[in-house]
Design a protein around this ligand. Structure first.
Ligand SMILES: CC(=O)SCCNC(=O)CCNC(=O)[C@H](O)C(C)(C)COP(=O)(O)OP(=O)(O)OC[C@H]1O[C@@H](n2cnc3c(N)ncnc32)[C@H](O)[C@@H]1OP(=O)(O)O
Ligand SMILES: N[C@@H](CCO)C(=O)O
Length: 306
């Protein structure tokens, strides 16, 4: 949350120069507060796990958040029960008449398919188009980041020679970016993917900025200049044992799997990995909610119906 101080206090200039959010009295006087309307489009097969992970991060904020869970109506889920979806989820057509303050689109284990082979691709394209005019800011995670960059900007997806799998050190590329406020100079994030996005396509697009990256894992945070679209290539929301679960799953299927990098103590899969990305994950989500959603969204969000 911003600190509210008198307009003329000298500290205001110092803190503003350090990328600390300072709101002067005149701005604060005009701020109205209402719960934020956030939807999570959950494309993961393991929906209950992902719900919990994302709600944990969204919940760590002083803002009231009204959450709607969405699943694609054009895909019949094998791994999440119809009963769970019926009880807790809606589909896009049920909510598209109302605007959203924020939308989160999750990853999905479909990165090795062409986008057009994904059963809900047409529906997702419709949601992406709708989001441009009806959502204040959209956060795309992992495969959704690849899908969003491809749909909105024609950024190509690129196969990696080996799975990017582990917990990697990252650094920030630019100062004075609101999404990066309070970040350490080096922070850690899990990645788990077989594909990447084309750096060349992103660098050649004047609407996109690479905000943070990793020497080993590549680009991590990409955003449009106006902050309306955020693309996150890693999984800050993952639980401490998510990578272990994926590793054990693949080994038990007889796959030749390299250990997740920088994860198990002394690279011993019998030892418990420590979560070293939790503080970063909380900061990423609270910065997004505060600066890209709450501070930007209009108080009267719904279109006026005549
Ligand atoms: C790159 C990223 O975004 S990483 C995020 C993705 N990571 C994860 O999902 C990790 C957890 N998932 C998993 O471990 C596995 O997907 C499992 C264990 C749940 C299931 O794997 P499998 O048994 O090999 O495959 P299964 O045939 O059940 O299909 C897996 C999922 O792939 C997706 N999928 C497969 N084919 C398609 C398709 N043509 N169109 C859309 N989705 C598809 C679906 O999400 C499907 O699950 P769902 O129907 O419950 O939504
Ligand atoms: N995180 C994913 C990668 C596949 O999309 C998994 O290992 O299940």
């Amino acid at each position: 949350m911003p600190i509210k101080i008198p307009d003329s206090l000298p500290a205001k200039e110092v803190l503003s120069g350090e990328n600390i959010f300072v709101m002067d009295e005149s701005q604060a006087f005009h701020q109205d507060i209402r719960p934020l309307r956030i939807a999570i489009l959950n494309l993961m097969p393991t929906k209950e796990t992902t719900e919990t992970q994302l709600l944990r991060l969204i919940g760590n904020s002083p803002l009231q958040v009204d959450v709607t869970l969405l699943h694609p109506r054009s895909h019949i889920s094998k791994n999440t029960s119809a009963e769970h979806l019926k009880s807790f989820y809606k589909t896009f057509d049920e909510i598209s008449h109302r605007r959203l303050d924020g939308l989160i689109v999750t990853g999905a284990p479909v990165e090795q398919m062409e986008f057009e082979e994904v059963s809900y691709w047409e529906e997702l394209k419709e949601i992406f188009e709708w989001s441009k005019d009806n959502v204040t800011s959209t956060m795309h995670i992992c495969w959704a980041a690849q899908a969003g960059l491809y749909h909105h900007f024609g950024v190509r997806k690129v196969a990696l020679p080996e799975k990017c799998f582990g917990v990697f050190a990252h650094t920030i590329n630019q100062n004075n970016i609101k999404l990066l406020r309070g970040f350490d100079e080096v922070f850690h994030v899990p990645h788990s993917r077989h594909t990447d996005v084309s750096r060349e396509d992103i660098e050649n697009n004047p609407d996109l900025q690479i905000l943070a990256e990793s020497e080993e894992a590549g680009m991590y945070l990409v955003a449009t200049n106006d902050g309306k679209q955020i693309f996150v290539t890693g999984h800050s929301e993952y639980d401490p044992l998510s990578l272990k679960w994926e590793y054990d799953r693949d080994v038990s299927r007889g796959m030749e799997m390299a250990l997740p990098k920088h994860y198990f103590p002394k690279d011993d899969p019998e030892r418990t990995p420590p979560a070293v990305w939790r503080a970063h994950a909380n900061l990423l989500f609270s910065n997004w909610l505060n600066y890209y959603v709450y501070q930007e969204t209009p108080y009267d969000i719904d279109p006026i119906v005549y």
